[in-house]
Design a protein around this ligand. Structure first.
Ligand SMILES: [Zn+2]
Length: 130
């Protein structure tokens, strides 16, 4: 039977509960719709994350479109999907990027040096008056 499912979040949540997993693998608590979020979606696949209300266990499922589950995997995470999403968008890190960062980090001597590499503004010095 074919699933006539669009790509909106509610239908993906319903798909997860009906076809991937109804219950938490760790404690057996039933998933509710708002336990399920979309981490990343492309034309070819969707990554869905589910967090158990009871034990806070997190699972991810990679679903190939048209919606067919590949595998649900347990994953230890304390990052909500909204914070995880930007890293998926950035794509894989290259070895050149890592080596360039390592070179920069080896030169760090102060917090200001580090903040400059991180692209953050230097902390403002707070003047204390009496
Ligand atoms: Zn659980």
């Amino acid at each position: 039977m074919e699933n006539a499912i669009g790509n909106n979040i509610e239908s993906l949540r319903a798909f997860f509960i009906e076809n991937v997993s109804k219950f938490c693998d760790k404690c057996g608590t039933a998933y509710k719709s708002d336990n399920i979020d979309i981490v990343s979606e492309s034309n070819a696949s969707v990554i869905i994350q589910a967090q158990c209300d009871n034990c806070k266990g997190i699972y991810m499922a990679h679903v190939i479109k048209p919606l067919q589950m590949t595998k649900k995997i347990p994953i230890k995470l304390d990052i909500p999907p909204a914070l995880l999403h930007p890293y998926y968008v950035l794509g894989p890190i290259s070895s050149d990027e890592l080596l360039a960062l390592r070179k920069k980090l080896s030169k760090v001597k102060t917090l200001d040096d580090f903040l400059e590499i991180a692209g953050e503004k230097k902390p403002r010095k707070v003047k204390i008056s009496r």
